[in-house]
Design a protein around this ligand. Structure first.
Ligand code: MTE
Length: 310
């Protein structure tokens, strides 16, 4: 033990000593990193500010029928979002790890000008408005919600669909590490996929939605961008989309694949056609518990019935 030289605690072997030039470069780097860190914070703050400037959007004169709105707390805490859980009141507590920014949506397939968009850029390009719609779930509950967004037709016209495009296919993000529900439902044909006929997609009522109650969409309601089709059962209103594709063949949707008799592709609200396991004649208003009569096409017959004339 005698030849062991005891070393002070601060001893650093020569191999670990930083040469002066590297040390200087590192100081420059740290300065730059500090600057970049500040720049990142600034850009985050600017994003938040930019987002703030988008909400609340002006409420549309046409789609503002003076209906009583569903209580916001209820509409944002009673959700169907199976990627997280099948328990409606549990979704909002399980979306914490779900990263919705940055987010890119691809619009492509059979069109002349396929493109990718970030949600804020797209919102700015398209212009946002608020519309109050009735929303009817296939499970016979409903709410009345002020959605913020723009008509899907406006976006589709921008990418110039080719004549052979007959359907639009929508796909939700699939992030196993951030969506605890997908692991619990391994037999589901993820990612969540939905579709519309081209004329349904081009109908003015079909909305791309980025906000609710005058604010950006909460994650549990499909942040940062979803579709809302008010005359169809709620499962057609697909959440957290990453892709919109113009296609020739009718796309296979998640629910149709699981149970075609219960959840067919078209799925318009039809009170006289019962679900195989329950009646669709009435529904429950989610916040008041009131039971009311369901209307054909969820009350939008004047606007959409012509699409289904045989
Ligand atoms: N989209 C995805 N990706 N996953 C889902 O589980 N559920 C659908 C629809 N979109 C669902 C989805 C169903 S069944 C309904 S009723 C509505 O979202 C519910 O929307 P809300 O939670 O904003 O009320």
């Amino acid at each position: 033990m005698a030849n062991i030289i005891s070393r002070p605690d601060w001893y650093i072997p020569d191999s670990q000593v930083t040469p002066e030039h590297a040390y200087r470069n590192r100081r420059d780097f740290l300065k730059k990193a500090g600057f970049l860190g500040a720049a990142a914070l600034m850009s985050q703050a600017m994003n938040a500010q930019a987002e703030n400037s988008l909400y609340p959007a002006k409420r549309s004169g046409i789609h503002n029928p003076g209906w009583r709105l569903t209580d916001e707390e209820v509409a944002t805490s009673y959700n169907n979002f199976y990627e997280f859980t099948t328990r409606k009141t549990g979704v909002k507590d399980l979306v914490g790890l779900f990263n919705t920014s940055p987010w890119e949506v691809k619009v492509g397939g059979l069109c002349e000008k396929p493109a990718s968009f970030d949600v804020d850029g797209l919102s700015r390009q398209m212009g946002l408005e608020e519309r109050v719609y009735h929303f009817r779930c296939v499970e016979a509950w409903a709410m009345t919600v002020p959605w913020t967004g723009f008509p899907l037709a406006k976006l589709l016209r921008k990418v110039q669909p080719k004549p052979e495009a007959r359907f639009v296919k929508f796909v939700t993000a699939f992030k196993q590490d951030e969506m605890p529900g997908v692991v619990r439902l391994p037999d589901y044909p993820w990612p969540y996929t939905e579709g519309l006929r081209m004329d349904e997609a081009m109908h003015d009522l079909t909305m791309v939605v980025t906000g609710i109650y005058g604010k950006p969409l909460p994650k549990q309601n499909g942040a940062p961008i979803r579709i809302v089709v008010p005359w169809k059962y709620g499962y057609k209103s697909i959440k957290s989309i990453v892709s919109i594709e113009l296609v020739k063949e009718q796309p296979k949707t998640l629910w149709e694949t699981l149970s075609p008799e219960e959840y067919p592709f078209e799925s318009n609200v039809e009170p006289e056609v019962p679900h195989p396991r329950w009646s669709q004649a009435t529904h429950r208003i989610v916040d008041t518990g009131e039971r009311v009569r369901t209307l054909p096409y969820n009350g939008y017959a004047n606007q959409v019935a012509r699409l289904y004339k045989k």
